[in-house]
Design a protein around this ligand. Structure first.
Ligand code: SRM
Ligand code: SF4
Length: 613
């Protein structure tokens, strides 16, 4: 076997573009590529892992890092982290040909000629958060990054202007507490990116094989029960990955979340990496060889689309070490992820193969410190989280201040509403707005005296704040209006379904309904009280859904089970109506819909619901 040379994926600088390259590499391109990559590999590139001190990253380097770019002793066969170039999948070859961060010329060329990208450029442009979403919409969608979901009123105003000038007149809040603007003409993509930067925002790395928007508890800093404000950590992680080129171009997408251990969950266990805050008392701290205090538990390999939550791996992480550990995990993933088969490339599959301990050991090798071990049950238990605690009016940890969780059905925020929210947050709050992974938003820091005025104005703007409504627990992916993978119009159906149900029921316990248009599971149907997965039904291929029940996350973690298959949307409204009716009639005490459905097997549930009029 010939010796191999390992080269970091996506290290090339790219070339100015006249005509975007298409199709497989020519012999000349391959030769150029081999020479170029050999040059890069000799540059002695050594990434470092910074530590986090008092909420900022220091430049203190870590020892013990593996240098990806070993200097070859003789001519060798090219590999990317051990995978021979000849075996790489299409997207990996594109990464080798040009780093997605270096496609500014391509963006300019497409804007100049008002041209939509071909397949390869579609891939590259997602490094800049520019998604061509044809044939569903023959235009570009901008996905930003809003770390910890925190925005200023000025930013929201600016985004509303952008959506009005270059988009469809509305913003979409995504399931990663983030924002998207659709229907952007190719000629406007560069203007949009420049304007975004002027607003102090970025969209770098929000798509394809990159770390996605870093999420945090949406009530961080104001939650009465939280152990730690996770916003500085989420933001530090955000800036760390943005500024380290080797942390782009991973084997596949990657999700990181921080949960502050308070009354509202961050659904961190649905992420590849979840940092969950815990308190460690005297005795447990002594056992772990640390000071008592607040730490994070590390959870790995959440991927609910593949029916798996993240699992606690038995370590404590000091808050100041989270960013370093996050980066070390990403580098370990870079080295071990599958670069031949996209379907098996997520972190879950690496860990399925090598085991949690071996993967953790690999990540730990890249750190200057050891992670203390402590079983989860030695940490103080977290108080119960409030179901849908991100909706409604709640007292903050700060005296006389409140946060108001606002219902934005399926995350659709018109430009008018966005401006109104910005204005209300400025006038009655601190000018700050939080987005949630449930596609809703929060206005924090509202004084007691302003609360009633704010509530009245929100309702007038078509933005209610009651947790008991069906709309409050409604999450829907983009669906057929904007996504080519969708079997059904999830967002439109979700709104129609909620309207239908709200005429018939006043819920006293929140019920989350998640609609995803295809098995990619962007709205995470497996974690909904009711999960609806889009499908086509019958010979005429009508839009419909498979129906799942009993899903949950965090303390109520559980993958929803399939209850009905292939229900057309026309029948779905009465099906879900019967489900809620059956639940309200047959539940015990004040049990939740989730507890009710988990208490029964599927046959019994089908019988109960079928008997409803
Ligand atoms: Fe997603 C691909 C929309 C969150 C799993 N997702 C897509 C694409 C880009 C379709 C495509 O490849 O062209 C969708 C673009 C639609 C559009 O035009 O708006 C899309 N995903 C979304 C959003 C906008 C849904 C929403 O309406 O909120 C969410 C954007 C989040 C963000 O701001 O970054 C979104 N997608 C998710 C989530 C939830 C999460 O990440 O927390 C998942 C589940 C991840 C999981 O299970 O771990 C998710 N999206 C996928 C997948 C499957 C990935 C997998 O490994 O199984 C794809 C397909 C792919 O990556 O190849 C996908
Ligand atoms: Fe598109 Fe499927 Fe994601 Fe919905 S779940 S946005 S249909 S990829």
């Amino acid at each position: 076997m010939p010796p191999t040379e390992t080269i970091p994926a996506g290290s090339s600088n790219g070339t100015a573009l006249s005509a975007p390259p298409r199709g497989p590499f020519t012999a000349a391109q391959k030769e150029y590529l081999a020479g170029f990559m050999a040059g890069v590999s000799q540059s002695g590139f050594v990434p470092f892992v910074g530590h986090l001190a008092n909420g900022t990253i220091t430049s203190e380097p870590a020892s013990g890092l593996t240098n990806h770019a070993a200097i070859p002793a003789e001519p060798v066969e090219q590999t990317v982290y051990g995978t021979p170039v000849s075996e790489l999948c299409k997207q990996e070859l594109w990464k080798l040909e040009q780093n997605g961060l270096d496609v500014w010329d391509r963006l300019l060329a497409h804007a100049d000629s008002d041209q939509l990208p071909d397949e390869q450029n579609t891939y590259y442009f997602r490094y800049f958060g520019m998604f061509y979403v044809g044939p569903a919409q023959e235009s570009i969608m901008l996905r930003m990054r809003i770390p910890a979901g925190e925005l200023t009123s000025a930013q929201l105003d600016g985004l509303a202007d952008m959506a009005e000038q270059w988009g469809p007149g509305h913003l979409d809040i995504t399931t990663r507490a983030n924002l998207q603007i659709r229907q952007i003409a190719p000629k406007n993509i560069v203007k949009v990116l420049l304007r975004l930067e002027e607003l102090g925002l970025t969209s770098k790395g929000s798509g394809v094989d990159n770390v996605r928007n870093i999420t945090a508890t949406p009530t961080a800093g104001v939650d009465r029960d939280e152990l730690i404000d996770t916003r500085p950590l989420a933001k530090a992680m955000h800036h760390y990955i943005l500024n380290n080129r080797d942390l782009y171009g991973l084997p596949r997408k990657f999700n990181i979340a921080f949960d502050g251990g308070g009354a509202v969950s961050a659904a961190a266990d649905t992420n590849d990496v979840g940092f969950m805050a815990v308190r460690v008392g005297e005795a447990a701290a002594q056992a772990a060889g640390v000071e008592p205090g607040v730490y994070f538990r590390l959870e790995l390999c959440g991927i609910t689309g593949h029916q798996q939550f993240a699992r606690d791996v038995g370590v404590l992480v000091a808050p100041k070490d989270c960013v370093a550990l996050g980066a070390a995990i990403l580098r370990a993933f870079n080295e071990t992820g599958d670069r031949t088969n996209r379907k098996k490339a997520r972190l879950k599959y690496v860990v399925d193969k090598m085991g949690y301990d071996a993967f953790l050991a690999l990540a730990e090798q890249k750190l200057t410190f050891r992670l203390p071990r402590l079983p989860l049950d030695r940490c103080e238990p977290r108080p119960r989280t409030i179901s849908q605690g991100q909706i409604g009016v709640y007292r903050q940890r700060q005296p006389r201040l409140n946060y108001v969780g606002v219902v934005v059905p399926v995350g659709y925020l018109s430009v008018r509403q966005a401006r109104r929210v910005a204005e209300l947050a400025r006038n009655y709050g601190s000018g700050e707005v939080r987005l949630t992974v449930w596609q809703n938003l929060i206005i924090p820091n509202v004084t007691d005296g302003f609360l009633e005025t704010l509530k009245r104005n929100l309702v007038r703007a078509g933005l209610p704040y009651e947790a008991s409504s069906v709309s409050g627990g409604l999450v829907a992916c983009t669906g057929a209006t904007g996504c080519k993978w969708a079997a059904s119009h999830t967002k439109e159906h979700a709104v129609e379904l909620a309207r239908h149900l709200e005429k018939r029921f006043q819920l006293d316990r929140p019920v989350n309904i998640h609609l995803t248009g295809c098995p990619n599971s962007c709205a995470q149907h497996y974690m909904g009280d009711i999960g609806l997965l889009g499908t086509r039904v019958g010979p005429d291929k009508r839009e419909g859904y498979h129906v799942y029940v009993g899903g949950g996350f965090g303390q109520d973690q559980g993958i929803a089970r399939e209850l009905f298959r292939s229900i057309s949307f026309e029948s779905l409204k009465s099906t879900v109506e019967k489900m809620l009716g059956g639940y309200l009639r047959h539940r015990e005490g004040g049990e939740t819909f989730q507890a009710f459905t988990r208490r029964h097997d599927m046959n019994t549930l089908q019988a109960i619901f079928s008997n409803e009029e």
